[in-house]
Each structure stands twice: as C-alpha cells, then as structure tokens.
Design a protein around this ligand. Structure first.
Ligand SMILES: *Cc1c(COP(=O)(O)O)cnc(C)c1O
Length: 354
C-alpha cells in the first residue's frame, strides 16, 4: 500500500465503447481513438480490451503510437494515423500496416511517391483549421485522389462539445458539400459529434474521451480510479498554516494528512486548495499547495466520523470522476487523464468491482 494505485476498469471501457456504438447507429461503424497511450491509461491493455468489445478500427496521433498499438493488437484491426504521412514515417507505415490520414497536397504527393500501393485516408479541413486538406486544395486534387480509392475521408469538429454552437452545422454543411457523390466512406464525429445526432454520424464515428469516462458523454462509466496512500498525519491549530507559501490556514483544530503523490504524477498544481479527495466517501479537501511528490489534505471530517486517520484517499473513482477533478483545476478531463504519471502502480480490472 506504499504506492499510489491507478486502477483502470477495462470492463467500464468496454461498456462505454458499446454504448457509443449503439448511439452511432446500426449503419455506422464505431472506431476507437487510442492516441497518447490510450488517453494515458495504457494502450497495450486498452487496445486489446476495445478490440474484444468489438472495435475493428483504431486511430492514433502519430506513426510511433501505431507501432505500439499494432504490437498489442496483432495483424487484424485497421489502424489510422491522424498526422498522416510525415517525412520519416514511410518505413513505419509500411512495416506495421498503418493507414495515414493524408492532410495536405504535400502528404498526398509523398504517399504517392513512397508507398503508391499502400492504403491511405484523406483528412479534410471543414473549418477547424488545424489538420486537413482545405476545400480549394481538395478541389484541385479531387480527381487524382479519387482514382487511388481512399480508405476513408474524414474531418473533425471544433465545437462538438457545445451542441448549440453554430460552427457544428457549418462544418457539417462544408463536409457534406466536399464529400457528397464521392462514393467514399465518411467520418466526421468524435465523442461530441456522436451526441449531436445521426446527421453527424456518416459511415464511421471516432470516439476517444467518452470511452475513458469523460465529458461530454455524461453517462459514461468511470474508467480511472486513483487511490493515494497517507504517509503521515499531523495536527494543525487554528491559525497554523500548511504547505509552500503558507497558503492554507486552519480555521479550526484540524487533522492534516500528507499523501504520496504530487504534480510530478499529473496532479497539477492548479488543484491547490481547490480539489477534493475522498476517504470512504467522506470529502476531504486539499489543504495548501500541491508539491512535486506530496499532497496535504484536510481529513478532520473523516477522523471525526471514523475515529482514526485514513490509510489512503481516492482522488478519482466512484465519488469523483475525471471531469469534477478537471473543473477543480480549471482544465478538461482529457488533460487530467493524459497527465497521469509513470509512478503509479497500475492495475487493470476486467470484472465487476471486488
Ligand atoms: C482526438 C481525436 C478524436 C477523438 O476525440 P474525443 O473528443 O476524445 O472523442 C477523433 N478525431 C480526431 C481527428 C482527433 O484528433
């Protein structure tokens, strides 16, 4: 119990994929996005669990992530690479059967020159202006690209987590106009777009964050549980301060627990004095600033309820999901998950909670 433990609920992950697959509709294929090491939760375990749940197509950000995923999945599933075909990718794409989503006329030319017989997809810019071939460039390339029969044509929504945002309908219209009549499989939506409704689904959806328990998929099951052991406890009298900068001051006779994790473990400093942990369901707020390797927590209420110091506190789990913690730190669930560090003992659970 001396090490903080990150429990990853592969059963919840599988159920989240299946729920998003149902939302995507019967005529639409549901892929799985596992970039950034499966949103920080470990692609070697997350990838096979999603394949077992039914996912046949996966997406990663860069070719190197595709190599790790291919190792985990074996030769069956399709793996798409959002960054496309960069100059140093050719060997990786070829040797590991990765499908680049070509993003620019330069990438199209490179792929054609280097791997003329290998499959590719096309990523279009429908208005996010991040990745993808712009409408005028696509018009110029259209005939020659179509002749090579792309595997998929896709785009990405900038505002899908805000259903009322006018850019959703604008991007839908642009994507539809760019792709109607091509006779190609189409994909526009990630988690947020799935929830916008069937107009946004096309032939394939690409959920990421919803698989891992994050907003805007509000009925997602929590996948990450993080429990941190207590190293020591001390008393603080009214007026006593705790931690760097003496930023927390006891207002009552208090019991302070010092825990074995900090911002080097992804519990970012912006959580200082705002995030809440839980000990057997009792909320215990952070008291003072987050240190590199330590947290100080006000466990006074827990000690009053249970008559003893806690052994460990939960910062993610049934009492608090990633988005609640993210809100406390002024960020988003994506950043909380992908920041979780390498010092946790990781347990992958496939069954119901013990
Ligand atoms: C990250 C990403 C996704 C998945 O997005 P979520 O919001 O995590 O569901 C899908 N498509 C592209 C192009 C992405 O970059």
């Amino acid at each position: 119990m001396g090490t903080p433990t990150l429990t990853i609920r592969l059963d919840a992950l599988a159920q989240n994929w299946q729920a998003l697959d149902r939302r995507s509709g019967a005529s639409c294929q549901t892929a799985a996005v596992v970039k950034a090491d499966g949103y920080g939760l470990g692609v070697a375990e997350v990838g096979p669990a999603l394949a077992k749940a039914g996912a046949r197509t996966f997406f990663v950000a860069v070719a190197e992530e595709g190599v790790a995923l291919r190792k985990a999945l074996g030769s069956g599933p399709e793996i798409g690479v959002f960054s496309g075909h960069m100059a140093t990718d050719t060997g990786l794409l070829r040797d590991h059967a990765l499908i680049p989503m070509l993003n620019s006329p330069e990438q199209v030319a490179r792929h054609r020159a280097k791997l003329p017989d290998a499959p590719f997809g096309i990523q279009l810019d429908s208005g996010m202006r991040r990745l993808g071939i712009a409408p005028d460039d696509f018009a110029a390339l259209r005939e020659s690209v179509l002749a090579a029969k792309p595997w998929l044509v896709m785009s990405h929504l900038a505002c899908a987590d805000e259903p009322q945002h006018p850019q959703n309908a604008a991007q839908l219209a642009t994507f539809t106009e760019m792709t109607n009549g091509l006779g190609l499989r189409r994909s526009l939506s990630a988690t947020g777009g799935i929830l916008l409704g069937s107009d946004y689904h096309f032939d394939m959806t690409r959920p990421g964050i919803g698989l891992y328990g994050g907003a805007p998929f509000s009925t997602a099951l929590q996948v990450a549980e993080l429990s941190i052991p207590v190293i020591q406890c001390r008393n603080a009298a009214p007026g006593d301060s705790v931690g760097y900068g003496a930023s927390w001051v006891a207002a009552r006779p208090s019991r302070i627990a010092t825990l074995a994790a900090g911002y080097a473990d992804g519990l970012i400093r912006a959580m200082s004095n705002t995030a809440v942990l839980h000990a057997r369901g009792v909320p215990c707020p952070l008291a003072g600033r987050v240190s590199m390797d330590l947290l100080t927590v006000d466990v006074t209420d827990y000690v009053e309820a249970h008559g003893a110091d806690p052994d460990a506190l939960d910062i993610l789990g049934p009492y608090q999901g990633v988005d609640v913690l993210a809100d406390a730190a002024g960020t988003i669930g994506y950043e909380i998950l992908t920041s979780l560090g390498g010092r946790y003992a990781r347990r992958y659970r496939t069954g119901a909670p013990a």
